[in-house]
Design a protein around this ligand. Structure first.
Ligand code: HEM
Length: 253
């Protein structure tokens, strides 16, 4: 894909760089890598070819397992919460979209958005992120001293279940919270995609993928609890946090 893009004229790449990630990366390639390599890191402009390929690899690694694991958690939660599953199905039927899912249809599925948010809150695939302190500073309330170079861990999964930040018991799997009591939750209580200028670059794509796949699946099938032996839940921590025992029944509607 990158080579195809590099074969295009620079004018054509520049035209498409707002809508194509690959065109955008290719248009940032350094024209003279050797000269750039001799400069200090802060003075270098553009991407080397190696940096571009590293970015592409990062998209694949960061984009694949996170989204597929969130989908696995979604299926697990659907199997455990038939009431929630039925409510999503009712919403899908209400808009009677058949085989064709337009962006207007997707925008109408408000409860499905709440469900996806609740899965990301209750069963996060990533439990923390981190930042490197770049100047000596201290935390506003506690006064804790931080020094340049310290690594600060932000425990996103603990924040998402911290009762101080949620009006409805955070231990409950309850998508409706995002329609009512917890609609205006603290912006840093739920950070499934991080925050700030290093936040997840693929979050809109991930949300779109999750919404389309879940809507399509729930138009066709109902997930049931496969029983305590196979659908026992729990989690394993690999690159992401995955469900450990997930075993559901699938009924075609
Ligand atoms: C449900 C799916 C996903 C979850 C839960 C997720 C979560 C995250 C989190 C927590 C971070 C760190 C953000 C921070 O420290 O502030 C991150 C970074 C990143 N994600 Fe995602 N992600 C998902 C899907 C994707 C997809 C689909 C892509 C790309 C196709 C992607 C690409 C990236 C990249 C490139 C970064 C690094 C950004 C940077 O360091 O500047 N992610 N993601």
């Amino acid at each position: 894909m990158v080579e195809q893009e590099m074969a295009e004229s620079s004018d054509s790449t520049a035209l498409r760089k707002k809508t194509s990630l690959i065109a955008s990366l290719v248009s940032s390639l350094q024209t003279d890598e050797k000269t750039e390599a001799r400069k200090n890191e802060e003075d270098r402009k553009g991407l080397s070819r190696k940096e571009l390929f590293d970015e592409m690899l990062m998209f694949m690694i960061a984009g694949y397992e996170t989204t597929s694991t969130t989908l696995a958690w979604s299926i697990y939660q659907l199997s455990k919460h038939p009431r929630v599953q039925q409510k999503i199905k009712t919403e899908l039927m209400q808009y009677n979209c058949g085989q064709y899912l337009s962006s207007d249809h997707l925008d109408s599925f408000i409860y499905l958005d709440c469900f996806i948010n609740e899965v990301l809150r209750y069963s996060p695939t990533i439990d923390a992120t981190s930042r490197t302190v770049i100047v000596d500073d201290n935390l506003p309330k506690s006064g804790t001293q931080l020094y340049k170079g310290n690594q600060v861990i932000i425990p996103t999964s603990a924040l998402a279940r911290d009762a101080r930040h949620w009006k409805i018991d955070p231990e409950l799997f309850y998508p409706e919270r995002f329609l009512n009591e917890d609609k205006n939750y603290h912006p840093y209580a739920l950070l499934p995609f991080g925050s700030g200028h290093r936040q997840c670059l693929g979050q809109d794509l991930a949300r779109l993928e999750l919404k389309v796949i879940l809507a399509r699946m729930l138009q066709q099938v109902t997930f049931g609890d496969g029983g305590p032996e196979v659908n026992a839940g729990g989690y394993i921590q690999k690159l992401t946090i995955m469900p450990k025992h997930i075993g559901v029944t699938i009924e075609f509607n």
